[in-house]
Design a protein around this ligand. Structure first.
Ligand SMILES: [Zn+2]
Length: 429
């Protein structure tokens, strides 16, 4: 990435050629699978995509795309995190995505964001920005505390809330899992700060056709089009808690140009108005193109955010019969502190439970929670390890209301159990 950047700054072809030489030694164009150390592999592929952007070498694009498909279709958590193995901080086999033993280093999420971003610049398709957003709000953001001063290196999707005296665990930790202000190997904390500092640059980009809006939050852009015309955009929204976004766009451009608005794939009945007029043919998972002179004009987006019960590929062994809740771009989890300190990995969600979203400004810096009905298995400790399926013991279930919080906000109220994937209670169907 740095060599291509140096080439862009200086215009000296030898830097691009050296980047190409490194990529060749790494065998990028011969590989179809995304494997190895998750952080380094992600950086390497982000660099390869930069190289493709400058060289236009088609052999790179096909290899990059195969590896990106491998990552997002077989090796990514629902949080966008990657790198499931503690051993070697590595990517696992396809569908090897354990929840409690997930390594999913914060830096690997950052590397994935780098790569999604470059794929977006090269391909211009909304799916890359959708993955960027998924990783940003979930697998990356869980790496830093709400105070902004403590960090996770490892981002599991389930946790006991207890110490784990297990040498196979990174650092064989004996304390419950909490974020720390620093690590002996300090890659993640400064990397998080770098990512947050660079975040404004991920909101927008320009092309010959106009301005692309990739992310939504309160913001003000003052920029220029490739032809030099000035451009200003103001966004007002409470995203990601609500999907209503108001944009005011003004420009002194002499010719009409286009505004490209990302309609996330999850926003199934999204609507757009331009100066109050409804726009036809809005399609989730694409960029909505609006063309005008943009003399102080207004666009309103409504991206409905129902709570979705998500399921995973059947080969992800730990997620069979379980669902994860998602609302808008946010993945949710259960935490013990909201459930009498119980181990939430023993919770089940009633499949037909109503799931209600409620904004709670006083909780965790202001979050929208999701409540539902479930039950708690009270007698797991009395169950035999194996039993004949014909004489299966009945599980004792105790009804319990469930409160889901955004995954990124977990572990901000002391040590606690946590689970993203919740088995469904078939008994109550
Ligand atoms: Zn790191």
């Amino acid at each position: 990435m740095a060599l291509v950047e140096l080439y862009r700054e200086t215009g000296e072809a030898r830097y691009l050629a050296l980047a190409g030489w490194f990529l060749e030694q790494g065998g990028v164009t011969n590989r179809r699978e995304f494997c190895g150390h998750a952080v380094r592999a992600g950086y390497f592929m982000a660099g390869a995509t930069d190289y493709y952007l400058e060289s236009g070498d088609a052999a790179y694009w096909s290899a990059i795309h195969s590896q990106w498909q491998d990552m997002t279709q077989r090796k990514s958590y629902i949080t966008g995190g990657v790198g499931s193995r503690h051993s070697g901080e590595a990517l696992g086999q396809p569908y090897e995505l354990p929840n409690d033993r997930a390594y999913t280093e914060t830096c690997a999420a950052i590397a994935a964001i780098f790569w999604h971003w470059r794929k977006l610049l090269a391909g211009g398709e909304a799916i890359y920005a959708d993955w960027l957003e998924r990783t940003l709000y979930n697998g990356f953001l869980s790496g830093v505390s709400l105070s902004g001063a403590e960090y996770f290196y490892v981002n599991p999707l389930a946790e006991s809330g207890l110490g784990e005296d297990d040498p196979w665990y990174a650092w064989a930790r004996r304390e419950p899992m909490t974020r720390r202000p620093w690590y002996d190997c300090t890659c993640c904390p400064p990397n998080v700060q770098r990512m947050l500092a660079a975040l404004p640059a991920y909101f927008y980009s320009t092309s010959e056709d106009g301005l692309w809006v990739h992310l939504y939050d309160n913001s003000r852009l003052e920029w220029r089009l490739p032809g030099g015309a000035a451009l200003a955009v103001t966004q007002e929204t409470t995203y990601p808690w609500s999907g209503k976004v108001r944009l005011r766009v003004s420009s002194d451009a002499l010719r009409p140009f286009s505004l490209f608005l990302r309609i996330p794939a999850w926003a199934e009945s999204a609507t757009v108005t331009h100066n109050g007029e409804p726009v036809d043919g809005v399609r989730p998972g694409s960029y909505q193109r609006l063309t005008s002179f943009w003399r102080d004009e207004q666009v309103e987006l409504d991206l409905p955010m129902p709570v979705e019960q998500m399921e995973s590929h059947d080969l992800v062994a730990g997620n069979r019969g379980a669902v994860a809740l998602q609302r808008g771009p946010l993945v949710y989890c259960l935490e013990g502190v909201d459930h009498r300190g119980l181990d939430v990995r023993r919770m089940r969600l009633l499949r037909r439970s109503e799931l209600a979203a409620l904004h709670r400004p006083e909780l965790l810096g202001g979050v929208t929670t999701v409540s539902g009905s479930g039950c708690f298995v009270t007698d797991y400790d009395e169950q035999p390890l194996y039993h004949s399926a014909q004489n299966a013991p009945m599980l004792r279930l105790e009804e319990s209301p469930l409160t889901f919080i955004p995954y990124y906000a977990w572990a901000n109220r002391g040590p606690s159990s946590m689970a993203v994937w919740i088995p469904c209670a078939a008994e109550s169907d």
